[in-house]
Design a protein around this ligand. Structure first.
Ligand SMILES: Nc1ncnc2c1ncn2[C@@H]1O[C@H](COP(=O)(O)OP(=O)(O)OP(=O)(O)O)[C@@H](O)[C@H]1O
Length: 602
């Protein structure tokens, strides 16, 4: 049976032009960009625009007033003020660029590593960053200046070093928030390497705050540079604006214009950078795509619907030989480091899944279902750890493999379908990119091959207009469509085991039935072993061959579905069945609802 598509494209939002276009639409953005563009043009074209050599002395124009030959007059030693100001633009911009590039090169990669890897990397990075911030920068600059003959470039690199902690902290905190996003875990599950995830899914989120920070940092770097030159450090023969301010300051009473021109140039540039920074912040935050309110409500309602309960005991079952199992866990234990010490949350469970079998892992919230599958996928968070006598996947004990070899199984041997489809898709990329990226990076397909496979998979999971969906962003899809997209992604690598963690919990009731039907069809078509984590015995009744019942980190019962429903041995299983089926729509009821939805007006 083919699965009809009942979800519709939600076309809210969409693209609103490039960043530059959106900036230019705002008066503050247009003015600041215009001013800065003019300053950059003056700086770059200084050799052609400046009418005189900035250091050429013509005593006849000493303290001369503005004239047709010397637009801003002459300074106290007979040099052309306009030429020095124009060359000063180039020097000031260059100094700011050196400082920003230094700060970026030091701060961003270290912030990325600290946020992404955490642990020791984070601690060391944070110590260095805090240490740098506690050192009085000006004292170090004076020492560096004294020891390098006031070398301008070295001084600006030093300024950049002291600005690096700003980038480090910004990048680290942005990465920490992105790192927890489900779509980053989804990218790992799809088999992408850390480096690729960092480049494609993390750096993109960090770019916007860094651009804003750079606009503000440029102003600060110019201010520091001018301050140093004002103190007579790092000026040399280079006529920077700060050096010009120093000279003007000395004759402020008699020739105030000599102080006014460089101060104006510096003030206008820093103000334009500050305005650009805040407009950028506005524009970028407006653009960020988000999950629609309807989908947020749906996800929140589904999460709230989960119910708790409580008991213990441990059992295991081996139905086939290890090498013949699609998956077999032997004596799996999962522990977490907590402030109160180590806590064991899965207590030595043993279970197996045969090729082509659908196994349900059922239990109340907190019973250890997710920890069990995360251990299987090697995706426990950093504070968690597992031990097992063996974990067999595809006839191989994967506990003997390295972390990297384990990661290579993801996307190839094991596919994963998450609980909340929306949060598992990166809002910054089109569906097409997110489907083709693992196919190209993990399966080595060409762009065309990956696109063809992705289109075929989308068609297979019941998406009626796959080309259009490929061009869409996640926020343009409904929850059901997003889940179909994730299913398409999970099976596109043709895994032999598919793990689905509460795949229907976040979906509308009518869509739940369709998605379960689709999973069953795909499992039979591809002859995959399907492990389905659920708290709902209704799902078990619909789709599973065998069921593992978990409670408080232990298995209380394992059996085929029919005998479990007919005469479950454990009272907890019987309670769970009663609780799940009471008030939950039966398969027939779900089918009836789905048919009514397809037939009736939408
Ligand atoms: N990061 C963590 N630190 C400490 N304990 C944790 C952590 N994550 C999970 N646990 C504990 O592990 C136990 C099992 O959690 P698990 O997520 O496997 O439950 P579950 O059965 O999948 O429930 P749910 O259906 O709510 O996801 C719970 O008691 C939970 O509190």
């Amino acid at each position: 049976m083919t699965t009809p598509l009942t979800d519709s494209l939600d076309t809210r939002g969409g693209r609103r032009g490039s960043l530059l276009t959106r900036l230019l639409r705002r008066p503050a953005g247009a003015i600041s960009i215009g001013v800065l563009a003019l300053i950059v043009i003056v700086g770059v074209l200084a050799p052609w625009l400046a009418p005189y050599d900035p250091n050429f002395v013509d005593l006849s124009i000493t303290r001369a007033l503005p004239s047709a030959e010397h637009w801003l007059g002459g300074d106290t030693t007979g040099r052309d003020v306009a030429s020095r100001l124009i060359w000063g633009t180039q020097v000031t911009l260059w100094g700011a660029l050196v400082a920003i590039v230094t700060a970026l090169v030091l701060g961003v990669p270290s912030g990325l590593a600290a946020g992404y890897y955490g642990g020791k990397t984070d601690r060391i990075g944070s110590w260095i960053s805090d240490g740098l911030q506690s050192i009085p920068g000006m004292v170090i600059l004076l020492i560096v200046g004294a020891n390098t003959g006031n070398n301008f470039n070295i001084l600006m690199i030093t300024v950049g070093v002291f600005m690096a902690p700003g980038y480090f902290r910004l990048t680290r905190s942005t990465v920490l928030s992105v790192r927890g996003e489900a779509y980053v875990d989804a990218a790992r599950v799809a088999g992408l390497s850390d480096a690729r995830i960092m480049v494609k899914h993390v750096i993109k989120q960090v770019t916007a705050p860094i651009v804003i920070q750079s606009a503000l940092t440029a102003g600060m770097a110019m201010g520091m540079q001018a301050g140093l030159q004002f103190l007579g450090i790092g000026g040399g023969t280079t006529p920077g604006w700060g050096a010009a301010m120093n000279e003007g300051f000395k004759v402020m009473r008699t020739d105030p214009m000599l102080l006014l021109w460089p101060s104006l140039a510096l003030g206008i540039t820093i103000a334009a950078l500050a305005v650009l920074g805040s407009t950028l912040a506005d524009v970028i935050s407006v653009k960020t795509p988000t999950v629609s309110r309807r989908d947020r409500k749906r996800i929140a309602a589904a999460n709230a619907a989960k119910t708790p309960a409580g008991t213990t005991s441990t059992t295991g079952s081996i139905s086939v030989a290890a090498v013949d199992s699609a998956v077999r866990l032997e004596n799996l234990r999962v522990t977490y480091e907590t402030p109160d010490g180590e806590v064991e949350v899965v207590h030595g469970i043993t279970l197996d899944v045969s090729p082509g079998e659908v196994l349900g892992i059922v239990g109340e919230s907190g019973s250890g279902k997710s920890q069990t599958v995360f251990s299987m996928l090697d995706l426990l968070p950093k504070s968690g750890a597992y031990t097992a006598d063996a974990i067999w996947i595809g006839g191989e004990d994967v506990t003997t493999l390295s972390k990297r070899e384990r990661a290579e199984l993801l996307g190839h041997e094991i596919g994963y379908i998450p609980q909340e489809p929306m949060t598992n898709l990166d809002p910054s990329y089109t569906i097409g990119f997110q489907l083709t990226e693992p196919l190209r990076a993990v399966h080595g397909m060409t762009k065309a091959e990956a696109r063809e496979r992705a289109l075929a998979m989308l068609t297979r999971v019941g998406i009626v207009d796959p080309a259009r969906v490929m061009r869409s962003y996640p926020h343009e899809l409904s929850g059901g469509m997003a889940q179909r997209v994730l299913i398409a992604g999970a099976i596109s690598g043709k895994p032999s085991v598919l793990v689905a963690d509460e795949p229907t919990t976040a979906l509308d009731v009518t869509v739940q039935a369709e998605v379960l039907e689709l999973l069953r069809e795909l499992q039979q078509e591809y002859q995959m072993a399907l492990i389905i984590v659920t708290h709902n015995f209704g799902v078990v009744a619909d789709i599973c061959d065998r069921v593992v019942v978990m409670r408080s980190g232990s298995i209380v019962e394992i059996d085929d579905v029919a005998p479990i429903f007919a005469h479950a041995e454990n009272p907890y299983t019987r309670d769970l069945i009663a609780a799940s089926l009471d008030g939950a729509e039966s398969r027939t009821e779900l089918d009836r609802l789905a048919v009514a939805t397809q037939e009736g007006p939408r």
